[in-house]
Every structure is written in C-alpha cells, then in structure tokens.
Design a protein around this ligand. Structure first.
Ligand code: BG6
Length: 479
C-alpha cells in the first residue's frame, strides 16, 4: 500500500523577511522585522525602535529572493515541488498600513511569484502574516493591541486575495499564532507590540493584559477573513498555523504529567481551539486568571469566531522537550524552554531531534479536530561545510528529512489526514530566532556569510538530489 495519498503536496516554505531582502525597493515600507539586528545563538537580536546605521539588519538583504525568485522557483520545480509556501510582506502592499490605495508594484511582484509557481505546476500556499507587519502600525497604534489593526489587516489581505483570485487556493492567516502567548519573545514579532523596558528579541517587556487582547484581535481578524473568503472565494482553503510545542513529562511523577497537560492547554490548544472550533476552550478562563488578565468576549465577537472556523490545521514541528515540576531540571538552554530529554540527540543550536514526536503530535491534533493537517514547517538548521570542489555533503539533513517523512507516513497509516509537507527553508535563508546565516536549512546553498558578504549564488547540496528522488516516488524512495 502507498504510504502517501495520491496528490499529496510536497514542497518547501520561506518567509518574506528572511528570504526577500529588497527592503526599500518597489515602493515597500518599513516592516517591524526591518528593525531586528543580527544575533547569534547566545547573543539575542536587538530591536531598534530608532534606526541605527551602525547595525546590520538581516531582513534588509535576506538572500535576495526579491531579485532571484525566478531562479529559485525553477530550482524548486527541478526538485519536483508541487507546493511552495511563502509569505507576503504586508509593507509591499500597504507601505505603512494606513494608505487607502495599495502599492501596485507590490501586488504585481507577488502575482509574478504566483505565476512563476503556476508555470511549473506548483501550488502557492501563502502566509498572510509571518512575523512581520508595517512598522508604522507598531509605532502609531501599538500593533495588534489596537482593534483598529483588524481593519488594516483585512484591507491588506482582501486586496491581495482578490488580486490572486483563481490563482492561489491556500492561505494561512497568521504564522505560529500561539507564539503571541510567549511574553518574552512574542510581543514584537508576533503582535507588533514594543513595550518600554524591552531588552532584546528574547527578553521583551510584557504586559499580559495587552498581549491577550492583541491575540484576541488576531483571532477576530482571522475569523473575519476566513468567513469572507468562504463567501467570496469558494475555491480557497483557509488554514491556521501553530508552532506545535510537543512536551513530554520528564518523569512519571504526577506533578510532571499535570504540568504537561497545563502547558499543552496553553501552548497547543488555546489558539488552535479558537481557530478550529470557533470558540475559546473551557479552560480559557483559568488561563486568564493565572495570567491576571480580564477578558470579556462580547456576543458579537463570539459570533464572529464561530463563523470563521478554518478549513485545515497547519503547523511547524522541529523538536520536542520535557516538562518537569522541578525548576532545576527546566533550564535546558532550549529556545522552547523545558528540560533535556536523555533519549534524544540535539542540534548545535540545542534543538532536540525527535521524529517520533511528529507522529505523536499529528495524532494528538487529529484526535482533537478531525480536519486535514498540513505540515508546513519542519527542518534542520545546521552549519554546512563547503568541500573544496564546491559540493556539500549534508547527510545529517537527509537523515532528519527521511526520519520525519517516515514518522509522517506512520501517522497517515494511523489514519491521520495529512495533506502536505513543506520543508522549512528549502533554500538557505536568514534564521529567525538568531538572525544568522550560519544556521542553514536549505537543500540549496546560498553564498552569503554572517556579515552579508558573498555572491549570493545558489548551488545544490547533496540533499537536493535526495528530496528530488523522494518527491518523484511520492515518499516511497527514502533509502
Ligand atoms: C519557525 C518560524 O518558528 O521556525 C520561522 O516560523 C523560523 O520563521 C523557523 O525560521 C526556524 O527557526 P530559526 O530560528 O532556526 O530560523
């Protein structure tokens, strides 16, 4: 029996602020992420509310996708992609967010990207908001903390979707929406909120009341857009997108089990329940109480949420972690927090590698929602070594890919309805958490270093040929 259904979508995913560059070209305005500096695993990126000419802002150059997307999409087609997930930079369409008329050059740019995909039979899957929004919205109205931002987002998203009508059939309303629950990291990149006292990207000042309200505004914006799309563009499928943070109890101590359940409710179900079931879950009040926030959901908002349920669930999955009631065990150095799992190996960036966890989480999600699931992010960030002849033998990436594809096949055999898989960063791009180039995910190498030096030329790594073979066999040939 085939492991993957016929028509299963295979491809890769990128985000505008990590890929495009061309930050001040084509009428583009400044985005929040245009003010995030480079960093490292140990030195977090800074956020400059005032532009600093001495600083390096990786989003300004990305990997020059703005000028090279045709070459890149041709390489994706060569690998056999049937889907390419990319995000649209809001500031290319409405430079500050407040204009009445869109920027034609920006619309034409994304239409051309979509046309380029369609030329090769690649379905575009568009993320409407991937850790990026006009800086002006952030500075003038405090990002998503303002209810006004809902209308600004709807204006932008509808303009784009109308322009791409009949050409793009899959949209995600917000990337990793649940990262907005992480007070230390999510305020700025997820919600466009910069609070006084913020130190850097990983140490942001947090006002929980404001953050939960901002997240509520994103839920409303997402639901209104989904309901609109269902009416106006019936051939379009709308998805939510969550960072699935799979956590295991470190020990059988009931205190650990209880804590895992509590964390899962917050990080994995709180947002997804709203977007997939159309209502806040029963435990929402307890979360608000614990966070010291007061939320009053009006009848009108409850109706909007109920009418804007997504068609499919999508998510990122990179790693799992362990939860322990013992605070000493909890400081693993991992971005997600939690305790180290003694059974798993880790990447150089301390991300535990856990393919089985993908099968586990796919089942957890499907048990709960029973709607199609799209794995829109999974990948391995690693430093690559270029051989003297220019080739790159990234067997570690091949191994990671093979093991996760096998785990996905196991979940499908369990009965989970998985409809597609997009590898994160099929071409090297700037890393999000650290703003580094050294952390590479690609099957395609980009000649650019930490300081922006290099030719930006593209070349195929060993994994390029492996993924091509894997896709050609619809996931059967993984040897
Ligand atoms: C996801 C984000 O959280 O992880 C991406 O949606 C990001 O934008 C990816 O690039 C990998 O993280 P990083 O920090 O290694 O780039």
């Amino acid at each position: 029996m085939a492991r993957f259904p016929e028509g299963f979508l295979w491809g890769g995913a990128t985000a505008a602020n990590q890929y495009e560059g061309g930050w001040n070209e084509g009428g583009k305005g400044e985005s929040c992420m245009d003010r995030a500096t480079n960093g490292t695993h140990t030195e977090p990126r800074k956020i400059d509310m005032a532009y600093n000419p001495e600083h390096t802002y990786p989003a300004h150059t990305g990997v020059d996708g703005y000028h090279r997307y045709k070459e890149d999409i041709a390489l994706f087609a060569e690998m056999g992609f049937t889907v390419y997930r990319f995000s649209v930079n809001w500031t290319r369409i409405y430079p500050t967010g407040f204009e009445d008329e869109p920027n034609e050059e920006g619309l034409a740019f994304y239409e051309s990207m979509v046309d380029e995909c369609l030329k090769y039979g690649i379905q575009p899957l568009i993320t409407l908001s991937h850790y990026e929004m006009p800086l002006a919205i952030c500075q003038k109205v405090d990002g998503w903390a303002s209810r006004e931002t809902i209308d600004l987002y709807l204006k932008y998203a509808k303009t784009l979707m109308r322009r791409l009508a009949g050409k793009c059939h899959y949209y995600l309303t917000f990337n990793e929406i649940n990262v907005g629950l992480m007070g230390n990291m999510g305020n700025y990149m997820s919600l466009g909120i910069y609070n006084e006292g913020t130190v850097d990207m990983r140490h942001q000042a947090d006002i929980p009341q404001k953050r939960f309200e901002a997240l509520h505004h994103q839920f409303i914006a997402s639901a209104l857009l989904v309901a609109w799309a269902h009416k106006e563009l019936p051939d379009v499928k709308m998805g939510c997108m969550q960072a699935f943070m799979l956590s295991y109890p470190l020990t059988p101590n009931p205190a650990d089990i209880e804590l895992v359940q509590e964390r899962r409710r917050l990080m994995d179900w709180y947002c997804a329940d709203v977007q997939c079931r159309g209502a806040y879950p029963y435990f929402a009040q307890k979360i608000w109480d614990d966070e010291g926030v007061t939320m009053q959901i009006s009848d009108e908002d409850a109706r909007i949420l109920a009418e804007g349920k997504v068609d499919f669930y999508s998510h990122s999955y990179y790693q799992s972690n362990c939860t322990s009631a013992n605070p000493q065990e909890e400081s693993s150095g991992n971005l997600m927090g939690g305790a180290k799992n003694p059974y798993l190996k880790e990447t150089a960036w301390e991300w535990p590698i856990d393919p089985t966890g993908l099968r586990v989480m796919l089942n957890l999600v499907y048990e709960r929602y029973q709607i199609p699931i799209f794995v829109v992010e999974n990948g391995l960030g690693q430093a690559d070594v270029v051989n003297p002849d220019g080739t790159i033998d990234d067997d570690y990436r091949i191994e990671y890919l093979r093991d996760h594809v096998n785990a996905m096949a196991d979940a499908i055999a369990d009965g989970v309805d998985v409809i597609g898989y997009t590898w994160w960063g099929p071409i090297d791009i700037v890393s999000n958490a650290d703003g580094q180039m050294a952390k590479r995910y690609g099957f395609i190498y980009v000649d650019k270093d930490e300081h922006g030096n290099g030719t930006y030329n593209r070349s195929r790594k060993k994994s390029f040929w492996y993924y091509k073979r894997l896709i050609a066999s619809n996931g059967e040939d993984v040897a």
